[in-house]
Design a protein around this ligand. Structure first.
Ligand code: FAD
Length: 325
């Protein structure tokens, strides 16, 4: 077994996804501390530019090229990866805890006959033992787990934990391979990429974002948040429960399975501060939280906090802003 970590890259529409930059920078630093080498693999078709770009950030990059790898399917990725993993022989395979990672991770771990640790926020080795850190109860507790011994490990790391820096690490050492895919036997097929309909508002571009959470209570009360957005020139964003209730479109979701925003001002209204949400907004310039529970975790990251009922507080703020404009 080689003392190296293999990161599986994610890309879509000819762009390397941010989570991949997070992994190569964050896992790269962890690997250096552990005297391990960081290597990467990118599977795709006609993606030479991405390969060149990513190759600088890893010690060695494996480029697996095939037209059936242009878009992710678990089957083409799994079949293309397995022979490569056997040849490269890494101690650990790492990917993002994304839609792709959640789909591929357990299948890959099973195929490798390796222990699988999903949704980790950190890892280290204690001698030969792999220790991972995970969050519990929406980020209120952290747990450290010693992973059952395996020949090889498979870990998914939560997006948003590391900064997506483009660290220069390698000398563009690229090894291109073409996999032998038994496509006839595949039961899954990529049919097309469906982009969500354009809503006209891009929450990642606004300087002021008003985040609304389940604390709003019901759809009718959204009016008080909309009025604040209007008077400040901000845009409305939301937590997942609000989106799942159908009160705002999916493009407005902030967090792990939504968008990442870094506005100058983020006003969190009736948001508890679960890590799956805060991952997407904690780097905002100024965070103001309004919540009727003084122990809500959102206050741990807020620069200013208001404890109270948002349905009373928001109209007061809106009317004050109107009066000074
Ligand atoms: C795999 C996975 C991915 C996820 N991805 C995301 C994601 O991308 N984005 C996301 O947001 N969540 C995501 N979640 C869900 C996440 O774990 C939380 O459940 C969610 O963020 C909680 O939303 P909330 O803060 O609106 O609701 P709650 O946790 O219910 O909090 C509501 C808050 O409002 C306060 N409140 C209630 N009434 C009032 C009032 N009248 N005035 C003021 N405050 C009030 C309460 O005190 C409470 O703190 C994900 C979960 C999983 C498992």
């Amino acid at each position: 077994m080689e003392n190296k970590i293999l990161v599986i890259a994610e890309h879509r529409a000819q762009e390397i996804r941010e989570v991949t930059w997070e992994l190569v920078s964050g896992v790269g630093k962890l690997a250096e501390d552990l005297s391990m080498e960081l290597e990467g693999v990118i599977l795709g078709h006609n993606c030479e530019e991405l390969v060149e770009d990513l190759a600088e950030s890893v010690i060695k990059l494996y480029h697996v090229e095939d037209e059936d790898l242009a878009f992710y399917t678990w089957e083409s990725y799994l079949h293309a990866l397995m022979p490569l993993i056997e040849e490269v022989n890494p101690l650990m395979v790492v990917m993002g805890h994304t839609t792709m990672g959640m789909d591929l991770g357990p299948r890959l771990a099973a195929a490798m006959n390796s222990p699988y640790m999903p949704d980790c926020i950190n890892f280290t080795f204690d001698g030969d033992d792999l220790i991972v850190t995970r969050e519990l109860f929406g980020g209120k507790l952290k747990s450290e787990l010693k992973v059952a011994k395996g020949e090889r490990y498979c870990v998914t790391l939560r997006p948003g934990i590391f900064d997506p820096e483009k660290v220069k690490r390698g000398g563009k050492d690229i090894e291109k391979t073409t996999p032998q895919l038994d496509k006839e036997s595949f039961v899954t097929q990529f049919l097309g990429l469906l982009e969500p309909p354009e809503e006209g508002v891009d929450i990642t571009k606004s300087d002021i974002v008003i985040g609304v959470g389940r604390g709003i209570g019901d759809r009718d009360k959204l009016k008080v948040v909309e009025e604040l957005a209007e008077v400040t020139g901000g845009v409305l964003a939301a937590t997942r429960p609000v989106i799942d209730s159908g009160w705002l479109p999916k493009e407005r979701q902030v967090g792990q399975s939504g968008k990442t925003v870094k506005p100058e001002l983020y006003i969190a209204c009736g948001i508890s501060g679960a890590s799956q949400h805060t991952i997407g907004m904690k780097k905002s310039g100024t965070i103001v939280a309004i919540n009727n529970d003084p122990r809500a975790p959102i206050f741990n990251i807020a620069h200013y906090g208001i404890v109270g009922d948002l349905v009373e507080i928001l109209p007061a703020i809106t009317s004050r802003i109107r009066s000074v404009r």
